[in-house]
Design a protein around this ligand. Structure first.
Ligand SMILES: C[S@@+](CC[C@H](N)C(=O)[O-])C[C@H]1O[C@@H](n2cnc3c(N)ncnc32)[C@H](O)[C@@H]1O
Length: 256
């Protein structure tokens, strides 16, 4: 299969973005998923990135399995190295796109996806794929940010404008900065039934890292003024970046 990124707005291998992803784990970013995980479950983690959450899931479902799916060979390699280092034997990492999940219908007890759907031009198409590969009676849990609820301090007008410029860039490139707020409707449209939903706020540990990532995206697009504003903001001793996430946990009803 030839994979392209044409349907995806991806942070790629920006070092700040990768470091942020690699700092995530099941407890911090998948806590809403944890109560569903049972030993013996077969789980798909779509858009697994560097695999820190995926490997935690593996430990929870053993002797079941988790499959991490991603379009980025670099992230997959990192995820595999993490498995080896932690001696995890029930995690596999495969190259493929969530637009065409390379598994048969009803292959998984649970499909999980963290911070993927907001990157996609056609998230609902991907959610229909999630529905196809989830077994009847199985679960799907997704989580995306909601940029309408982000907060930064201090937040002078220039910072607000820089963030607005980043959001326009993200959305013009095929992403959706409001994805978190739309997840519930998208999941229902794909055929899933709701179990729970919630909002939580992450205080980013490193203002330099998050500002550096956003600034580098703006610089690539030629917005050097906005990028400079954010880099300067990150140096402020009281700089705080509060990122709001929304999760939706669902079930695929039907004959088991
Ligand atoms: C923001 S990262 C999130 C990674 C991880 N889930 C986490 O939360 O740390 C999004 C990931 O989705 C992957 N991705 C983007 N488009 C994809 C697609 N169409 N199919 C599979 N993975 C995709 C990217 O390569 C990236 O690793």
């Amino acid at each position: 299969m030839t994979l392209t990124q044409e349907h995806t707005r991806t942070p790629g291998h920006d070092p700040d973005a990768t470091a942020s992803m690699a700092a995530r784990d099941l407890e911090s970013h998948g806590f809403f998923l944890a109560p569903l995980l049972q030993p013996g479950f077969d789980v798909l983690d779509a858009g697994c990135g560097p695999g820190t959450i995926t490997n935690d899931i593996a430990e929870r479902v053993f002797p079941g399995r988790v499959t991490g799916l991603d379009i980025s060979p670099g992230h997959l390699e990192r995820a595999r190295r993490l498995s080896q280092g932690r001696e995890i034997v029930n995690a596999s990492f495969i190259h493929g796109s969530a637009y065409g999940i390379p598994f048969q219908d009803s292959s998984f007890d649970l499909v999980f996806s963290h911070a993927l759907l907001e990157q996609l031009l056609e998230p609902q198409r991907v959610l229909r794929e999630f529905h196809r590969v989830t077994r009847p009676g199985g679960f799907a849990a997704v989580c995306s940010p909601d940029w309408d609820r982000f907060e930064m301090a201090p937040c002078p007008g220039a910072v607000t404008e820089a963030i607005s410029a980043y959001r326009r860039l993200h959305d013009d490139n095929g992403g959706c900065t409001q994805a978190g707020a739309l997840l519930g409707g998208w999941m229902a449209d794909a055929g899933f039934s709701p179990i729970s939903t919630g909002v939580w706020t992450e205080r980013c540990n490193s203002p330099h890292r998050i500002a550096g990532f956003i600034a580098s995206q703006l610089e690539e697009a030629g917005s050097h003024g906005h990028a400079g504003t954010l880099r300067t903001w990150a140096s402020h001793p009281g700089a705080e970046f509060l990122q709001t996430w929304r999760y939706v946990v669902t079930i695929k009803l039907g004959e088991e």
